[in-house]
Design a protein around this ligand. Structure first.
Ligand code: C5P
Ligand code: MG
Length: 160
């Protein structure tokens, strides 16, 4: 019988003019993007931390330190794929992913399928096991004022 475990992930990045907005490996049409050492894919980072958490493998900064030139400008989906490999080596496979991106604008719902497809492919799941949700922050706080974006994720794994 498999043992099931859940992991929680959260991330935030500042918005920044002149940067690309990449969420779940999908480039979103936007006048601004997110600032960061890597491509600042806040959704991929939250999911990666949730997966590492479920497998008790530390966190994203432990495996991909932002002081390490190897990961500068890195495609965050490669980091997520690497975390899937680490989890597998530790004896876990991913069961499902649920996530929320909190961003005031632009509207993201038209990108939902593309993000789910991109994440499902990266994690090695059917699309019906990958959920992506979107919320505004109702104009309140840094996210609501358009100064940052946040993402939250829960990943369930089971023993192989
Ligand atoms: O934040 P709020 O509850 O007003 O969001 C309503 C809906 O708008 C969400 O359920 C989501 O489908 C969509 N949304 C979106 N892109 C965002 C924020 C919300 O598509 N950046
Ligand atoms: Mg991040």
């Amino acid at each position: 019988m498999s043992e099931y475990r859940a992991g929680l992930g959260w991330d935030t990045h500042r918005t920044s003019a002149g940067r690309a907005l990449i969420l779940g490996g999908v480039t979103i049409a936007s006048e601004f993007g997110l600032e960061g050492h890597s491509d600042a894919d806040v959704l991929a980072h939250a999911i990666t931390d949730a997966l590492l958490g479920a497998a008790c493998l530390g966190d994203i900064g432990m495996h991909f330190p932002d002081t390490d030139a190897r990961w500068k400008g890195a495609d965050s989906m490669k980091l997520l794929a690497h975390a899937v490999k680490l989890a597998r080596e530790a004896g876990f496979e991913v069961v499902n992913v649920d996530s929320t991106v909190i961003l005031e604008r632009p509207k993201l719902k038209d990108y939902r399928q593309a993000m789910r497809e991109s994440l499902a492919k990266c994690v090695g799941l059917e699309m019906n096991r990958v959920s992506v949700k979107f919320k505004t922050a109702e104009k309140v706080g840094p996210v609501g004022e358009g100064r940052s974006a946040e993402a939250q994720a829960v990943v369930t794994v089971r023993t192989l």
